[in-house]
Design a binder for this molecule. Structure first.
Ligand SMILES: *Cc1c(COP(=O)(O)O)cnc(C)c1O
Length: 420
């Protein structure tokens, strides 16, 4: 579900034609729908209303502080993976007691920063990390609340780059070592065990992997309770997929029908870490055709957005729907074309061999489902300025991130004086 559609011959986000925003901010830009974001959060929240829970939005999916604030105002927290994300979440007004901190490579500085902020818990991914958290907490004279991230060795049946819960993946603590690890944590003076965590992957479109991973996790929770290790928070991670093309992921309600009874039985507070499902279809990347050409019978639409702006097609071969902003253009005869960016790499494409209306120089298009892992993965490769981000709410829109300036590109660079 989203609030992008043709009205009066023009592609709109809510009540605003995207072409009008393009006139003001130029192209390319990311556009997000406030109504869609809010709707997605509320649908997820409602689906799990029968269990005590906290929705910690996965900040890495879309890190803009306006988006974080929006979810914060709806009662959400944050799932962070770095000190930088912690900073963003706090600036956005997310209370520290609603922040969970995962990631395999937390530094001592980041751990210190999170302890000082008073985050809800660390999701610990290794023995050495656990010992480091204990040591840093001792230095600060505090207790660190932790959950251990357990790798349930369940196949999420998604793209290998976004599978995280198989035993060959780098994430978490292996299933076999989990009990021993908890016993060790229990003996550490500055560690307070509060929970258990798992996250098996992303863009998951079936219920079974969630249910299987949960089954294994809850068995462990029971075993821990038997040993007197009190688990109060069960954090089941994120990973619910969305429709990019023709995937049919379960609705949060369907997922809840299957797993809410299991969750309820734990008597614990349940933490969810949805990312993509909240923001993915709430955003589009708007880009303009710079040139069209035909090489050896193959059509190329060269656009002003590249793999540095939206990496997913190059990185995972992912599909993003493409729609011209003018309904007239959308009615033109169809051709097969590659939509490519200006970057000097053959991997720089937004779509390959795609059947699209015959676009012309100057036409604009919306690259759909770009709200998750879009801007947040973007880079300055080829010394391109990162694009503007815009939030639409009804008939108003706000720039929530300025397009970078040419000076931003060289900020912090220095030429040693011997090169004078
Ligand atoms: C990436 C990630 C998420 C969010 O995943 P989505 O597929 O976007 O829902 C949640 N938790 C952890 C630990 C992650 O690494």
């Amino acid at each position: 579900m989203h609030h992008f559609d043709y009205k009066n011959g023009e592609y709109h986000c809510e009540d605003i034609p995207l072409s009008r925003i393009a006139e003001k901010v130029g192209t390319p830009f990311y556009c997000y729908s406030h109504a869609t974001l809010k709707h997605h959060f509320e649908v997820f929240d409602k689906a799990f209303e029968s269990v005590p829970h906290l929705i910690c939005f996965a900040v890495k999916a879309n890190s803009n502080i306006a988006i974080l604030r929006l979810f914060g105002k709806l009662g959400g927290g944050a799932d962070i993976v770095s000190g930088g994300e912690l900073h963003r979440a706090l600036i956005a007004g997310i209370p520290p007691e609603k922040i969970v901190y995962a990631g395999v490579g937390k530094t001592r500085d980041e751990i210190r920063q999170a302890l000082k902020a008073g985050v809800l818990m660390f999701n610990v991914e290794s023995t050495q990390e656990l010992l480091t958290i204990d040591a840093v907490a001792a230095e600060l004279g505090v207790k660190a609340r932790v959950a251990l991230r357990i790798n349930p060795d369940v196949d999420p049946k998604t793209h290998p780059y976004i599978s995280t819960g198989l035993k060959q993946n780098k994430f978490g603590i292996s299933w076999a070592a989990a009990m021993e690890e908890y016993r060790q944590a229990k003996g550490l003076a500055n560690i307070e065990i509060t929970g258990i965590h798992k996250h098996i992957g992303s863009q998951i479109t079936q219920i079974t992997p969630f249910a299987d991973a949960l089954d294994r996790t809850l068995a462990l929770v029971r075993q821990l309770k038997d040993e007197g290790i009190d688990i109060r928070h069960v954090d089941i991670g994120g990973g619910l997929g969305i429709t990019y093309k023709d995937e049919a992921p379960p609705h949060p309600r369907e997922l809840a029908e299957k797993i809410a009874p299991m969750l309820k039985e734990t008597g614990c507070k349940i933490i969810f870490e949805p990312g993509r499902v909240l923001v993915g279809n709430a955003g589009a990347l708007v880009t303009r055709v710079l040139y069209t050409k035909v090489n050896e019978g193959k059509n190329f639409f060269v656009v002003d957005a590249g793999m540095n702006d939206l990496a997913r097609p190059s990185l995972y071969g992912s599909f993003h729907g493409i729609l011209p902003l003018s309904a007239e253009a959308n009615e033109r005869k169809k051709v097969s074309a590659d939509v490519v960016g200006p970057i000097c790499e053959s991997g720089d494409f937004l779509a390959k061999d795609r059947v699209l209306p015959l676009l012309r120089q100057g036409d604009m298009m919306a690259v759909m489902s770009a709200g998750a892992y879009g801007f947040s993965m973007s880079s300055n490769y080829n010394s391109r300025r990162r694009v503007a981000e815009v939030l639409v709410n009804g008939s108003r829109f706000d720039v929530i991130r300025d397009r970078e300036s040419i000076d931003d590109l060289i900020r912090g660079e220095h030429v040693p004086d011997y090169l004078d």
